[in-house]
Design a protein around this ligand. Structure first.
Ligand SMILES: Cc1cc2nc3c(=O)[nH]c(=O)nc-3n(C[C@H](O)[C@H](O)[C@H](O)COP(=O)(O)OP(=O)(O)OC[C@H]3O[C@@H](n4cnc5c(N)ncnc54)[C@H](O)[C@@H]3O)c2cc1C
Length: 451
């Protein structure tokens, strides 16, 4: 008899897990994917805006990690990889634009000159002096980024240089993200005995390179999702899973319409807040660990502006907290990836950890704020030819101090033929999700389910 699987959650994590299971278990295995959404992909979602495919969730992926590049290659989609044009982002801080500091690791400088103009003279002096001050570091420690960087370089480096970058990735801040997750190479250098933060960052800096840091998929992430779905050859049940129970040597997954889906092995690829309800009676330690993972929400506004709208030649703007703007980040997508057609595509993101901006602001207000923020930043009056608003509620896990141990505890509580995948485990970005989903499928196969 051939193997049967359920994959709960059809974001990139669930789709990659399903595809890997198909590869391992062959064409006869039965793979059911449960997801109630109107389409598969979760936070990867391509809409038509201004007549063009436009990603309103994740829009890019980091190319220093191999997973996405390998996956595109494997799926015959390498030719669809888009590289950015090379325009650079700005930071908006103190009601002024600044170049994004160079020679930093996630905004943590290796030298004071990187932050000239962005921070005050006192802070520059403090950065210069940092190597002379003794540093207490216990190998394996995982303080928040704010704790470490604030202590060594002062609060302005935290709020003006580091936070804008961390907010872009996690919708969180240096206070909600641990050093080991945000800057693992810096933590590793400190573990190896670096005598100051400056020295650790210098060790951790990648060699200077003109190679692009990001990539995207030409045509939008939908191209990747469709190919994964085709190759995974899943049966998609458009329902919410509400409970997983033991059933003989396998599992039964109960959905919100009262149907039960039987499987030898299950991959749970739902966001952390959705996990406990499904498994607390069979894996209480895992459920308890998942509950401790905090999440943030974000709203994305996509605007198609008339061609020729005078936007600067920059890829975007990261906004420090406390400025008189509502957006936390603006991407000038047509500048970043190259213009298509006669529109200028712009994307604004709203919402930081701890605020309810994304959940509780109506579309009209978000659109009005977008127009006002673009006017404040660039002095342009925008008149969009098209727009789209999307909310991502509780979609961004916070990798707080001690996250690695928390995840180890979460995984240790799982029975052998249940596996987890998702953005809250080994990294929030799409490449990390691909890697974690591959691991989840391999765990089921190793657990003896695939025949
Ligand atoms: C606004 C935003 C911008 C981002 N930008 C980038 C970027 O540019 N680059 C990058 O690398 N990363 C980015 N990320 C992060 C990355 O996109 C996500 O971490 C990743 O896509 C998450 O994938 P996932 O499959 O783990 O979860 P999700 O995409 O959240 O998918 C989970 C799925 O589970 C389903 N589900 C939930 N509960 C149940 C249930 N009980 N039963 C069945 N199904 C259920 C949901 O419907 C959903 O489809 C961004 C994230 C956000 C929110």
């Amino acid at each position: 008899m051939s193997a049967s699987y359920c994959v709960v959650g059809g974001g990139i994590s669930g789709l990659v897990a399903a595809y890997r299971l198909r590869l391992a278990a062959g064409p006869r295995a039965q793979i059911t994917l449960l997801d109630p959404a109107d389409r598969l992909g979760g936070v990867l979602r391509t809409e038509r805006v201004g007549g063009q495919p436009f990603d309103v969730g994740a829009e890019a992926f980091i190319v220093r990690r191999p997973e996405m590049l390998d996956l595109l290659d494997e799926l015959g989609l390498a030719g669809r990889r888009l590289s950015p044009t090379g325009t650079r982002p700005l930071i908006y801080s103190g009601a002024r634009m600044h170049q994004l500091p160079q020679g930093t690791v996630q905004g943590i400088p290796a030298q004071a000159s990187s932050l000239l103009g962005l921070v005050d003279d006192q802070t520059v002096a403090r950065i210069l002096d940092e190597r002379a001050r003794p540093l207490k570091w216990t190998p394996g420690a995982d303080p928040s980024v704010a704790e470490l960087v604030g202590d060594r370089f002062g609060p302005q480096v935290v709020t003006r240089s580091v936070d804008p970058l961390l907010t872009g990735v996690y919708a969180g801040s240096s206070t909600t993200i641990g050093v080991r997750s945000a800057v693992p190479s810096v933590a590793a250098a400190l573990d190896r005995g670096a005598r100051s933060l400056t020295e650790a960052v210098r060790e951790a800096l990648p060699p200077p390179s003109n190679a692009p840091v990001f990539g995207a998929v030409d045509g939008g992430y939908t191209v990747l999702l469709e190919e994964l779905r085709r190759r995974a050859d899943v049966r998609w049940a458009q329902v919410t899973a509400v409970r997983v129970d033991r059933h003989g040597r396998g599992w039964s997954v109960l959905d919100d319409e009262g149907a039960s889906w039987y499987a030898d092995g299950v991959v749970l690829a739902v966001p952390a807040p959705h996990l406990p309800l499904l498994i607390e009676h069979i894996a209480p330690q895992t459920a308890a660990a998942a509950r401790r993972i905090r999440v943030a929400s974000a709203a994305v506004v996509a605007l198609a502006l008339p061609g020729g709208t005078p936007l600067p030649q920059q890829s975007g703007v990261l906004v420090t907290a406390g400025e008189r703007l509502n957006a936390k980040a603006i991407t000038m997508s047509s500048r970043k990836w190259g213009r298509r057609g006669n529109v200028e595509m712009v994307r604004l993101s709203f919402g930081r950890y701890g605020d309810d901006m994304a959940a509780n602001t109506g579309d009209d207000d978000l659109l009005a704020w977008s127009a006002r923020d673009l006017n404040t930043l660039f002095g342009v009056t925008v008149d969009p030819v098209d727009s789209h608003v999307h909310r991502w509620i509780d979609a961004m896990p916070q990798y707080g101090p001690g996250h690695g141990e928390l995840v180890a505890e979460l995984r240790a509580g799982l029975p052998p033929t249940l596996a987890v995948a998702g953005a809250y485990l080994d990294g929030i970005g799409v490449p990390a999700c691909v890697g974690t989903a591959t691991r989840a499928a391999a765990e089921l196969v190793r657990g003896g389910v695939a025949r």
